[in-house]
Design a protein around this ligand. Sequence first.
Ligand code: TLP
Length: 341
Amino acid sequence: MTYIDLRSDTVTRPTEAMRTAMYQAEVGDDVYGEDCLVNELQQRIADMLGKEAGLFVPSGTMSNQLAIRSQTQPGDEVICEYNSHIFNYEGGGPALLSGVQLHPLLADYGILTSEQISEAMRPTDHHYAQTRLICLENTHNRAGGVVYPLPVIEEVAGFATSQTISMHLDGARLMNAVISSGLDPSAYADHFDSVSLCLSKGLGAPVGSVLVGDAELIDRAHRFRKMFGGGMRQIGILAAAGIYALDHHIERLAEDHHHAKILAETCQELGYLENDIAWTQTNIVLLAFPEGNTAEMELKFKAAGLLVSVVNDQRIRLVTHLDFSKEQLQSSLEILKKVLG
Ligand code: TLP
């Protein structure tokens, strides 16, 4: 049986044209800094986000972990959102790799405000861990691909500056936010010391993320990348895929958003959409199952030919992507009606 795969936008396979770019890539040893395509990719993303330097890393997880390691000391505290990727899906990495404690705050739709953060700040009293870093996520995955409102980011950043706290953006899907909001990528990135952008989500590359920041921060992250085992050699073949994605796969994210909206409309009609449809802003659709039967529903969807991901016992996630065609959209709508109707 061939399945329609809406588990994640990470499931895409490189297109023929992307594979050709990878095949033709000139390569060098990136540990010596001699892979021209890696250097080009890093600089392009840094420029796009208005930062000095970039660092190509194997995954979004490593990118976030390097950002935390490079901007904290063991014993520090990092504020993040309760449903953030960093708190939920990175294997407890901050405790092991950086020796920091996370201070997760639950926020409506994943959007942390400056008021919430200022209330959570630790006093300078020696009893407390010192708050050193705030991590935001845009778009917010577990909140359903929600785009962080820029004015909220501006307020959080203003507060962080006033307290000399650094800001990191998990921008795994930042380009989805950019396409949805129409804002320039740097309009978001300007408010952060470091930004992680994934090439292997909506942008359709097989591997890789780029962490950007000022030259000093990226130099520190570079040292930790080596320490964490992320120094890679002839990876121009991967950078070529990333460059191809930047050239060809950004604007088309609008199509994924359109497909997600159509799926969300049907889920809403069937009474299973998690939030008001206005919150389906990018490529993620969240379905609500208050009876806590998502494991059973996952199997029902699978039997009907649709792969979905279970977020928890009450939520299922659908993610649209480059390999999800118009024909598959039609079939998915039929499956949703059959299984949920
Ligand atoms: N998210 C994956 C899973 O890990 C949940 C997915 O299928 O959505 N930040 C955010 C916001 C992410 O959604 C992800 C991947 C990452 C970081 C980590 O990226 P990778 O998988 O490259 O380590």
